[in-house]
Design a protein around this ligand. Structure first.
Ligand code: CA
Length: 219
């Protein structure tokens, strides 16, 4: 028995999936279609989608924002976890990925509840800060790592006090702890993690699910 977070080998991972992940069929098909794409690793894992959905249900999220939508798996997981009057804004710049996302959102009957903005996310976030500062319950950041701090700063303006910001890839395949890794994206995530650690406006937890998911609760 160990009280440290386990490293999960393939056998244990299959067990975890097989005994806890209840992925809706439309999400499974979206995940499988995305798996054939060259950048498939950008899609969150099903246990992470289910974890975020559970968090949103606990928090009673009705208004969410996503920075970095890719082919729409995380957004669909999130919107399905919200009540019928729940609504989200999705930011991405890639039309090809967005067309896959929109096809599955329509299939799931939730396309009217997702406002997809195909534009640089910082522009969209600036517009939202003008129009709806403090009105979001939840934000998920999963886009280009160099801009993580900028996305976070905007999301802190958009999320209400008592709201939650979830940030993906904060363990970056372990590279953040590898002193020999000096890549720009690795350095950006290290700086970002350090920034959050010292930000006393939030309570945090870095959850080792997927590639590392940091949760920041805005006080
Ligand atoms: Ca990610």
């Amino acid at each position: 028995m160990s009280n440290r977070t386990l490293s999960i080998d393939d056998r244990l991972y299959e067990y975890l999936l097989g005994t806890s992940v209840r992925e809706p069929e439309v999400l499974r098909r979206l995940r499988e279609e995305t798996a054939s794409q060259p950048l498939a690793r950008m899609q969150i894992a099903p246990e992470q989608g289910q974890f975020m959905a559970l968090l949103m249900q606990i928090a009673g999220v009705r208004r969410a924002i996503e920075v970095g939508t890719f082919t729409g798996y995380s957004a669909l997981s999130m919107v399905l976890a919200m009540p019928d009057d729940g609504h989200m804004v999705c930011c991405d710049i890639n039309e090809e990925w967005a067309s896959v996302a929109q096809r599955y959102w329509a299939e799931a009957g939730v396309q009217d509840r997702i406002d997809l903005r195909l534009a640089p996310a910082l522009d969209t976030l600036d517009e939202l800060v003008e129009a709806a500062a403090g009105q979001f319950d939840f934000a998920f950041i999963d886009a280009d790592k160099q801009n993580y701090t900028a996305y976070y700063d905007k999301c802190m303006q958009l999320v209400r006090s008592g709201g939650l910001i979830a940030i993906d890839n904060t363990l970056w395949s372990g590279a953040v702890a590898d002193p020999a890794n000096d890549e720009a994206s690795t350095r950006a995530i290290r700086r970002f993690n350090d920034r959050l650690y010292h930000d006393d406006r939030i309570n945090i937890s870095l959850v080792p699910i997927g590639d590392g998911l940091t949760l920041a609760y805005k006080r």
